[in-house]
Design a protein around this ligand. Structure first.
Ligand code: SIN
Ligand code: FE2
Length: 216
């Protein structure tokens, strides 16, 4: 009963399935470079609350950089090369984002990760993300590298099927989760972010999700 062990571990970090790695504090030294990169991206492509295909406004505010950006609207979820708000290509992927992501992927056992897209998620207190799979990317052989900055959060780590009860994985500023291989299609989400103030990042959690998404 591996599932019971995984989902009922009392407190702390539960054992992670193969292909999932938590790199605690890995991105903390990158904070200044990442915050500068985020500021540059947001100046060109401001955060916006997207609408789900079902017509709900997402509580997480999002933007993108890289050669493709993830969007949601009434017609569905997809990657686009153009930011629909500006009519221009998404801002360039900052060098610091791709270098950090390559190093984190390598530390998790995935060599040669060369991300071409980054979704930037901003969680104000109360914002959450429901369980989903990252399935719109072109290259599903590449892992996902997910970087947490600012306020802490509880990552919901489900299984390969939606009905598996998710484990709760506490995430702090600088933590990086990498998932790929046999776990590339895991369901995941984020519990509502609690009120708080982070010394460097303020009253928010920012998540960078680096992917290999654009069609060749
Ligand atoms: C996502 O799945 O896009 C975001 C995950 C997170 O915010 O940690
Ligand atoms: Fe995701």
């Amino acid at each position: 009963m591996i599932e019971l062990d995984l989902f009922e571990a009392p407190g702390g970090v539960p054992p992670l399935p193969p292909g999932v790695r938590l790199l605690e504090g890995f991105a903390a030294p990158w904070e200044p470079a990442l915050l500068t990169g985020i500021e540059q991206v947001v100046a060109e492509a401001p955060y916006r609350h997207m609408i789900t295909p079902g017509g709900q406004c997402m509580s997480v505010a999002m933007t993108n950089c890289g050669s493709a950006g993830w969007i949601s609207d009434r017609s569905g979820y997809r990657y686009t090369r153009i930011d629909p708000h500006s009519g221009h290509p998404w801002p360039t992927l900052p060098e610091s984002f791709s270098t950090l992501a390559r190093q984190a992927a390598e530390a998790a056992g995935f060599t040669g990760f060369a991300p071409d897209a980054c979704l930037i998620n901003r969680y104000a207190p109360g914002a959450r993300m429901s369980l989903h799979q990252d399935r719109d990317e072109h290259d599903l052989a590449a892992p996902i590298v997910s970087v947490s900055l600012g306020l802490p959060a509880v990552f919901l780590l489900g299984g390969l099927e939606r009905r598996a009860r998710p484990a709760r994985l506490p995430l702090s500023h600088g933590d990086v989760i990498v998932w790929g291989g046999a776990s590339r299609m895991i369901f995941h989400g984020v519990a509502p972010v609690a009120e708080g103030l982070h010394p460097g990042v303020g009253r928010q959690r920012i998540n960078l999700t680096l992917r290999r998404a654009a069609p060749a």
